[in-house]
Write a protein that binds this ligand. Structure first.
Ligand code: UD1
Length: 380
């Protein structure tokens, strides 16, 4: 069974890695990694493949950056050609980036040519691949986020919806998705974390930066709503400089954020802050070593909200909403505004920590449940 695993941007790689490794162990499965090229810098892509012990992508579309329409359209055009040539039985898309929606639309509408030697389709009534969405059902209910549009369209089209948590199941049912399409498999990123735990714990990233365990804050910011306007980015820089007086901070800077810090003339202000360490984006193992050992995280990433909940690390999310409410209701996450961020940091540094528990099925065994789900499709 030829299975395409679509990898595109940094947060996708830790979602496909455990599934690739699990499928590789199955004699019936032929997992093929398709990299769209949405992220292309070494430290945004290759470094993750290396850390997660993935082979070079089997197929690379080389799309690169662009506007939403350009990026989505270019992936669709390139992936259509690949689908017609390769004719996989199953396409697995993950997360909510532009390549996720692009490959979902393309695979859902493709019609494979009727060739005499073509393998029997997996379902006799469709002459195209089955499309499965891993991390289905998440909703921020904020359609100003490009990712929310990507989630809604992907879930509307996909044939199989693998959800990370029960709130995601509820969202899909509310939208009228039939229950038999949904399988709650848990959080695949925890599989990557557990798979790499030994290497993460042995990595010395925080020590190499001169930091001590439990005594620094970790910053990641890249959402357009935070970093694309000079007003919000300069306010955030001011807040970080203030927070660093109390606890040193380390800030691996995403390419989008770096570009804007340069454009808005804010880079020197940050460089001058003595207790903020600025770094390039980090590979998975070194970055997770920083997460494991920090006092708190300030972020606008989706995945980090989940990783911190799993690890019990306080997480301050600079967003008005989250598609991962379980991390707030049950986990360590708090949604913050510019107005209340400082107070929240002070509470954490003075020792007040939110009680938390780990959501169901965030247990490091999600890839195994997905393999079982694929086995059922194959036999069905
Ligand atoms: C994308 C995803 C976002 C995800 C984020 C993780 C969409 C709509 N957004 O946002 O959901 O949280 O990835 O990082 O799909 N760039 C580089 N090198 C790279 C990649 C990007 O320099 O390897 C720069 C380019 O200037 C590019 C900009 O970063 O224009 C933004 O990249 P893009 O992939 O469009 O969006 P992200 O902000 O990375």
């Amino acid at each position: 069974m030829k299975i395409h695993l679509i990898a595109a941007a940094r947060p996708n790689f830790m979602k496909i890695a455990p599934l690739y490794h699990a499928l590789k162990k199955e004699a019936w499965a032929d997992p093929v990694i398709v990299h769209t090229g949405q992220h292309y810098d070494i430290n945004m892509s290759d470094a993750f493949f290396k850390d997660l012990e993935l082979p070079e992508p089997h197929i690379h579309l080389g799309i690169g950056s662009g506007s939403h329409a350009e990026q989505t359209g270019n992936v669709m055009i390139a992936y259509e050609k690949v689908l017609l040539r390769e004719m996989p039985a199953l396409v697995v898309v993950v997360g909510d980036v532009n390549s996720t929606i692009a490959c979902t639309i393309t695979a859902s509408k493709i019609v494979y040519p009727a060739l005499p030697d073509r393998p029997t389709p997996i379902r006799s009534n469709i002459n195209r691949p089955i499309v499965a969405h891993l991390e289905a059902g998440l909703r921020s209910n904020d359609r100003t986020m490009p990712e929310e549009i990507n989630r809604i369209v992907t879930d509307a089209l996909a044939d199989i919806l693998w959800t990370p948590s029960t709130d995601a199941v509820e969202n899909l049912l509310t939208e009228g998705v039939s229950r038999e399409k949904i399988k709650n498999v848990g959080n695949i990123m925890i599989d990557s974390l557990e798979m790499m735990r030994g290497k993460i714990e042995r990595a010395g990233a925080f020590r190499e930066l001169g930091l001590t365990k439990g005594n620094y804050g970790l910053i990641t910011l890249h959402r357009p709503s935070n970093v694309d306007s000079p007003a919000s980015l300069s306010t955030l820089c001011r807040m970080l400089i203030g927070a660093s007086q109390e606890t040193p901070l380390v800030f691996p800077i995403h390419p989008r954020t770096r570009k804007n810090l340069d454009t808005f003339g804010l880079m020197d202000t940050l460089r001058d802050a003595e207790r903020i360490i600025l770094t390039e984006p980090m590979n998975y193992i070194r970055f997770m070593n920083l997460v494991f050992n920090c006092k708190y995280v300030i972020t606008d990433s989706g995945g980090i909200q989940e990783e911190t909940t799993y690890l019990g690390i306080p997480c301050l999310t600079m967003r008005p909403n989250t598609e991962r409410p379980v991390t707030v209701d049950q986990g360590t996450n708090q949604l913050c505004t510019m107005e209340n961020l400082q107070r929240r940091i002070e509470r954490i540094t003075s020792g007040t920590v939110k009680p938390y528990s780990v959501p169901d099925l965030w247990d490091g065994h999600t890839a195994g449940r997905i393999v079982e789900s694929i086995r059922t499709i194959r036999l069905g």
